[in-house]
Structure formats: structure tokens, C-alpha cells
Design a protein around this ligand. Structure first.
Ligand code: C2O
Ligand code: CU
Ligand code: CU
Length: 452
């Protein structure tokens, strides 16, 4: 709905029950529905007003991940919505067309609230992208895939445990849900499909691929289109990261998108996590490996549209130039011993009353993020889409050549980011930067910055 030039989204955070498996009811939370929320559709340049009512019976927030907006509209831990209360956030949609998302950012409660369902995908479209003729019919040839691992108890309830393993690794589940559905099947009515992948898991890293080895085109990262399509056969995403791929159906045979679980323990050299994903069955009863999950089974419909070939160029933007930067900040991610005190950035755990960084508006900066721990961490910055200068001194791979808001930093590695905050100063109200493994964020691997 429209009120005085603003598009208004009425969102209610509420509890409900969801039937993920036949005959089983699972208590969940969602946005306007029982689990997750509907895809929120926006256009660049829209002025939006998000009205959020909290009917959860506990404190919550709703954060707009990937958006550049005033700190008061960010939906981070400083914008807590009390039980029964409402909160409204107004902002102009400034970023490029892409897949963004919203989720709980409640202090020390992001993990359990997102796990229970408090998240939703957000589509931003813009004229530049509209003109390209990419597959864009929502639900037909343009499909969001919110990928989340969950563990169910025998009574059907979700298990969120904070034992030692999950405390260190983050909450790892053994069942994969995609848009809240277990092993979904999609009937394709076009030979060209655009899949928008969001790793909405609390902690698990995945590598996505087609089971038949088929290649696809990588077209967008977190913050929008890449310069051109990149041919790939696998794409790896850590929690919070997104990627868009375009796949061609070449004949009438079904194809399966699967996800390998990727270890985020650097000591094991990126090997697979063993024994953590129970044996899953594909659509035709053939077993996947124990460390592999079914994501989407694509069944070509008899009658399909052909689909336009992808343009050879998608967009243009300058290469990130480190010479622009007039300041360098350093962030060292640490995991000491002791569950609640060990998760730090620059040796300190999150403190709501402490501003860690003051960043002048409009100033180009290099943020050097070093991982001094033994696990990979997806580092996320609010209110920005940044560029990756280098990773361990080497040029970034294709998916990291565009705009990003979340970047994996491997153990022992330093990743250099180029960024600037273009608007929205507030000397008091901070934005966050943090690890997007939600249990790490909740345990304190988060800091605060203001833009002045
Ligand atoms: Cu997606 Cu600060 O979060
Ligand atoms: Cu965010
Ligand atoms: Cu982490």
C-alpha cells in the first residue's frame, strides 16, 4: 500500500505452527505467516516504510540486511521492539537490484529467533536490471531459495541447543529446509531459470552444485549483478551470503541442485564435515552422500518457454582502487577459550554502550579483516556494499568481484575491503559489524560503529 509517497509494508512477527513433515506440527515463528516471511518486493528509489508489530511475547528486532539506511532504521540491537509493541522504519531503497533479506538481530537472541523462522527474503529491482531481460518472473523463472539446516526432536519441535559443539561451531542442523520446505520439487515452465540462493543458516557453509555436473552462470553476488556472467559448476556460500545463478534446462530430464556441507574449520583444509548430515534421499530414491543435502529438484514441464540468452555484459562498475582510501582500519577476529567470553573483534566482545569505530561520512577506507582463530568467519558490515581488494594478497574469485556485504575470512587469512558510507550520519546511534555465524554474533563477535 502507498501512503504519501511511501510504500508501506505491514509486518507482524508472530508465533505459529508449521507442518514441515506430514502429520507433524512444529512450533515456529514467522513474519505474517507461520515460518519465515513472504518475499518483500521493492524497487530502487522506492521510499518504504516498514511497520513491524511484535506479537512474539519476547523482545525482537527486524534488520534489513544489505541496505544502506539511517542507523535508526537499521533494525539492529538498538531498535528492540518490546513484546506487543510496534516499530517503524522509513528509508529510501538505494542499493542495486539484488536479493537482500531481513532477520532478527536481537541482542544475544539472533540465533534462536532466526532458527525458529524470523527471516524473509527481499527482492530489490531496478531499471538497469529490468532492461537486461533476465529471467524475472517471480516463482516462474526467478526463484528465491532460502537454505537453512534444522534439527527436529521426535515430537516435531525444532531443537536449538547451545552445547559445546554448537557453541563453538554454531548451531548445525541435520535436515535441510529450502523456503521452509524439505526436499522441494519445482516444475519448470522455462528452459532458463534464475535461482537466487541465500544461505540463511545459522552456521553451516555450503557448496552448491548440480548433481549431473551441469554448469551454470553466476550473475550476481550479495549487492547486485556482476560485470558479466561467469561460468561455474559450484558456488560456495557462508551464512548471510547470497548468489544468483542462471541454469539452462537442456532436455526433459529432471535436474537436482544439491549442497555439500563445507567444513568451516580451517585446520581441516576445507574438508567435509563428517557424520553431520543424515543420509538424505533424492526424488528418485537414490541416496545422496551423507554430507550432501537435496536443495531443489527441478522437473521440466512438458510445455516450456525457451528463455532469452544472457547478455554477455550485465553491468559496469570501476575496479576497486585502493589508492582512493585515506584511512585503514584493522579488525582481528578471535576465538579464545570459554564460550561466552572468547568471541571477540580486536580483543573485545560486543558492548552496547561502547562505540568501537567512528567513521567520517564519504571517506574511502580500507578495512583489513584478519582471522586469528581456527574457524572461518563470515564478516558482515551494516549500511554498506563493499568491494574486495584482495584475499590473502590474491585477487578475489568471480563471486567476490562485485558488491558484497558479507565476506568469508578463512583462518589465518586477511581480507582487505574497500568501502565508504555515503549518507546517514548519526553521532550516537551505531551500526554493527559482526560474524554472521549467529551463535558467534550472539556470543560477542560483534562491534559497533557510527558514521559522523
Ligand atoms: Cu544479517 Cu547484522 O546481519
Ligand atoms: Cu546486516
Ligand atoms: Cu564466526
Amino acid at each position: 500500500k502507498q501512503i504519501s509517497g511511501q510504500r508501506v509494508f505491514d509486518l507482524v512477527l508472530k508465533r505459529g505452527t508449521t507442518s514441515f513433515f506430514e502429520g507433524v506440527q512444529t512450533p515456529t515463528i514467522g513474519i505474517n505467516q507461520s515460518y519465515l516471511g513472504p518475499t518483500l518486493q521493492m524497487h530502487r528509489g522506492d521510499r518504504v516504510r516498514m511497520l513491524v508489530k511484535n506479537e512474539l511475547g519476547e523482545h525482537a528486532t527486524l534488520h534489513w540486511h544489505g541496505f544502506e539506511l539511517p542507523a535508526s532504521a537499521d533494525g539492529g540491537p538498538h531498535q528492540t521492539i518490546a513484546p506487543g509493541a510496534s516499530w517503524s522504519a522509513a528509508f529510501e531503497v538505494r542499493q542495486r537490484a539484488s536479493l537482500y533479506w531481513c532477520h532478527s538481530h536481537a541482542l544475544r537472541r539472533s540465533g534462536p529467533q532466526v532458527y525458529a523462522g524470523l527471516a524473509a527474503p527481499i527482492y530489490v529491482r531496478d531499471e538497469e536490471e529490468d532492461a537486461l531481460g533476465l529471467p524475472s518472473e517471480y516463482g516462474v523463472d526467478d526463484i528465491p531459495l532460502v537454505v537453512q539446516d534444522r534439527t527436529f526432536a521426535s515430537d516435531g519441535s525444532l531443537v536449538y541447543s547451545s552445547n559445546m559443539q554448537n557453541g563453538m561451531m554454531g548451531m548445525i542442523g541435520d535436515v535441510l529446509l529450502v523456503n521452509g520446505t524439505h526436499e522441494p520439487v519445482f516444475e519448470a515452465r522455462s528452459n532458463k531459470l534464475r535461482l537466487r540462493l541465500l544461505n540463511g543458516s545459522n552456521a553451516r557453509f555450503y557448496e552448491f552444485a548440480f548433481r549431473n555436473g551441469q554448469t551454470f552462470d553466476l550473475i550476481a553476488s550479495d549487492g547486485g549483478l556482476l560485470k558479466r556472467p561467469f561460468r561455474a559448476s559450484r558456488v560456495r556460500l557462508a551464512p548471510g551470503e547470497r548468489a544468483q545463478i542462471v541454469i539452462d534446462l537442456v532436455d526433459d530430464r529432471p535436474i537436482d541442485l544439491v549442497a555439500d556441507s563445507v567444513s568451516n574449520m580451517g585446520m581441516m583444509g576445507g574438508g567435509r564435515m563428517m557424520g553431520m548430515g543424515g543420509i538424505m534421499r533424492g526424488q528418485r530414491g537414490d541416496a545422496l552422500r551423507a554430507d550432501q543435502f537435496a536443495v531443489l529438484s527441478i522437473v521440466p514441464a512438458e510445455d516450456r518457454r525457451k528463455g532469452e540468452p544472457l547478455p554477455s555484459e550485465l553491468t559496469s562498475f570501476a575496479a576497486p582502487d585502493p589508492a582512493l582510501a585515506v584511512a585503514t582500519r584493522r579488525f582481528v577476529l578471535g576465538m579464545g577459550m570459554g564460550m561466552m567470553s572468547g568471541f571477540t573483534i580486536n580483543g573485545r566482545s560486543m558492548n552496547m554502550a561502547r562505540i568501537d569505530e567512528r567513521v567520517p561520512i564519504g571517506q574511502w577506507e580500507i578495512w583489513e579483516v584478519e582471522n586469528a582463530s581456527m574457524m572461518a568467519h563470515p564478516f558482515h558490515i551494516h549500511n554498506a556494499q563493499f568491494r574486495i581488494l584482495d584475499r590473502g594478497g590474491r585477487a578475489p574469485p568471480p563471486l567476490e568481484t562485485g558488491f558484497k556485504d558479507t565476506v568469508v575470512v578463512n583462518p589465518g587469512e586477511t581480507v582487505r575491503l574497500l568501502l565508504r558510507f555515503e549518507q546517514n550520519t548519526d553521532p550516537e546511534l551505531p551500526y554493527m559489524y559482526h560474524c554472521h555465524i549467529l551463535e558467534h554474533e550472539d556470543a560477542g563477535m560483534m562491534g559497533q560503529f557510527v558514521v559522523t
